[in-house]
Design a protein around this ligand. Sequence first.
Ligand code: ADP
Length: 554
Amino acid sequence: MPREKILIADDEPDVLNLCTRIVCSEGYEVTGVLTGEEAIEAAQRERYDLFLTDMIMPGIRGLETSRIIRTYQPDIVCVLMTGHGTMDTAIQALQLGFSEFVVKPFSTLDLKLAISRALEKERLRRENARLSALIPLFEINKTLMTTVEEGQLARRVLRAACDELGATRGILMLRRTDGRLFVGTSTGFDVEQAQPETISFVLHTAEALLQERQQVLAQTSAGAEARVAEFMRRTQIESFMFSPLLAMDAPVGALVLAKSERGARFAPGDSELLSVLCGQAAIAFQNASLFEQIQRAYQELQELDDMKSEFISIAAHELRTPLAILMGHVELLAEEIEDTQIKARLQIVLRNALRLRGLVDALLDMRHLQTGEAQLEIAPCHISDLIRDAMDDLASMVEAKGIQVLVNVPADLEPVRTDPQKVLLTLSNLIQNAIKFTPQGGRVGVEASVHEDELRVSVWDTGIGIHAEEHERIFLPFYQVEPSLTREHEGIGLGLSIAKGMVERCKGRIWVESEPGQGSRFIFALPLGIDPDPVPAVTGILFSSEDVPGGPSS
Ligand code: ADP
């Protein structure tokens, strides 16, 4: 750190000598003079950090000398040496801006302390000023970072810049997506009324200055470079400041600030302030643009998702109606026909139509869950009844694969208040999977018991098992572990996501415990009782009388 420079003035050579030695011994760089006039001359030649002066000197006295020196060096710290240690002198010295004073005769320590205290006060004052200058920047930053609309952001940046730098006019230009500059906002320049040539000149000049990516300051047009001088002449401004808006080194825009009043100048430090402000503004503009892109992408995704849901709903609905009619007629035909060969073929048609209806139902169930249309219909239900119903539906599958089924439910299990249809659908999906992914002759089981305040139901099998890293993913819609593997099984990857949706709709949870080759155990836990939905159930939206055989469209 450079040594602080101290100027000492005292008309008594011995005192001056002594002071010089004391101050030098503290490591400061010292200049000693015998009169106020010499002190003023020295201060005109060189910058000092501290002025130590005797009060009474022939010619210009200490107080007046320090006043004059301050006009050259406003930040200099002044310390007074006086033989009149009265309160009045002290007050007068402090009023005149002296930081400290020492009363003659003073000790070495008195002088050292007075000087170090005065310098320390000045350091604190500067630090305080530096921090105070940061406060408006911090406030501006806060505002800018929370603004994501480009137009509003532009107006805020320009207002903050004009306020902080005392500019009366300003133009903020931004880059369009096609790379060209446009006027984002302005103040004091009547852009609406301006001639198109003037606007194009302004943009052209800004574009040219932007190429150099440097700030430009012209306090008068006389000292300015040609294109800036021309800009100032055309727009009738006195002083001009240009700053690029650079985000990750890319120019996203430019800011021009100006003062029009005669003799108006930008203050020292304004350039630094504007650089910081423009740096923050550029980041804020980039954030705003990213935010807009994300919002647009999100909106597009949302629209796509809505279209997908709508498509599933319409497609499933449109399939369900003819399917129901077809199944109704095939069933009737199968009953009526005598020929056993045709009867067997009709059974195949019926089985496949049922399979198709299962898929359509799964798509509709999924959509109902996603759109929140799956309403709760609460009733007391015995889990053993639901397990039996589910097993009955899957009896032919069990038989076809020669699976051994083991059901274990305590006889005294109390009924739970939940939505039986949703629990039945969950059980059906889990048991169907257990059978599907268990080789011929394997075992599948269903167990239920009460654990603290919930009913736990688990469906287990001795099938192929599932790797731990798949345990969460398999509950995602349309997810299947190995397409090549599952392709040999029926299904489109909706069974578990529907089961999860149904269980969660009943305020429960579902998970799996499994390892490859070790079979699987799917467990769901339900509260022993839940309340119905607060709003009345929405009915009749997707299904109507047209859905059943013999309905209006048959
Ligand atoms: P789908 O059965 O129609 O393929 P699911 O959503 O019911 O769809 O299941 C998703 C995937 O989870 C299945 O494709 C399968 O890979 C795996 N899976 C589900 N249940 C079992 C099970 N009991 N044993 C092994 N894998 C299973």
